[in-house]
Design a protein around this ligand. Structure first.
Ligand SMILES: [Zn+2]
Length: 163
C-alpha cells in the first residue's frame, strides 16, 4: 500500500502536494525521489538548469546530479516547509523521502529543499506558515542570514519612521 496520496496542497495554493494516506512512523521511507542522472558539468554548462530548476536538482556526489523535474517523479510534488516532517535521504545514486517524525494520516508531507543561501533566494518565497518560517525557501543552516537581513531592514524602517 502506498503511504501517500496526491491532493491539492495547503502550502502551494496553485499546486498539489503529497499527503499521508495512513499514520507513518519516523524513519519510514515514504517514496523514492526519481529523476534523470546528469553530470554536474551539464548542470553548470546548460541553460536548461537555470532559474526555477534548482528546486528539482540534487547533487549526488562530485560527478552527478539527480534532475527530478519530470511529471513521473511523484515525489517532486512534495512541498518545502521550514518545519518539515520528512527529509531527503540518499544512498549511492538513489534518493528517498524519509519521515523525520511520526506523521499523522492526512498531514501534508513536507521536506526542507535545502537551498543554500545566495543572492537569488528571493526567487523562491515560502508559504509554509510554520512559526519559524523565514519567508523564503532556504535551508535551515542558512536562514539566520535572512533573519538578519529582515531585522536590518526593519531597523531601517524604524529609523525612517522616526524622522
Ligand atoms: Zn517557510
Amino acid at each position: 500500500m502506498t503511504l501517500y496520496k496526491i491532493k491539492k496542497s495547503n502550502i502551494d495554493n496553485k499546486g498539489r502536494g503529497l499527503y499521508a494516506a495512513k499514520n507513518i512512523k519516523a524513519g519510514t521511507k515514504i517514496i523514492n525521489y526519481k529523476g534523470k542522472i546528469v553530470t554536474n558539468k551539464e548542470v553548470d554548462e546548460s541553460d536548461k538548469y537555470d532559474n526555477g530548476k534548482p528546486i528539482y536538482l540534487f547533487t549526488l556526489n562530485k560527478r552527478y546530479t539527480l534532475d527530478g523535474d519530470f511529471s513521473w517523479n511523484t515525489a517532486g510534488l512534495i512541498n518545502h516547509s521550514c518545519n518539515p516532517n520528512s527529509e531527503y535521504d540518499g544512498k549511492g545514486l538513489k534518493i528517498w523521502i524519509m519521515a523525520m517524525k511520526d506523521i499523522k494520516k492526512g498531514e501534508e508531507i513536507t521536506a526542507d529543499y535545502g537551498f543554500s543561501f545566495d543572492k537569488d533566494y528571493k526567487q523562491f518565497p515560502c508559504k509554509c506558515r510554520s512559526k519559524n518560517c523565514c519567508g523564503y525557501i532556504v535551508r535551515e543552516e542558512s536562514r539566520w542570514r535572512i533573519s538578519k537581513k529582515f531585522s536590518m531592514s526593519n531597523k531601517k524602517r524604524l529609523i525612517n519612521n522616526s524622522l
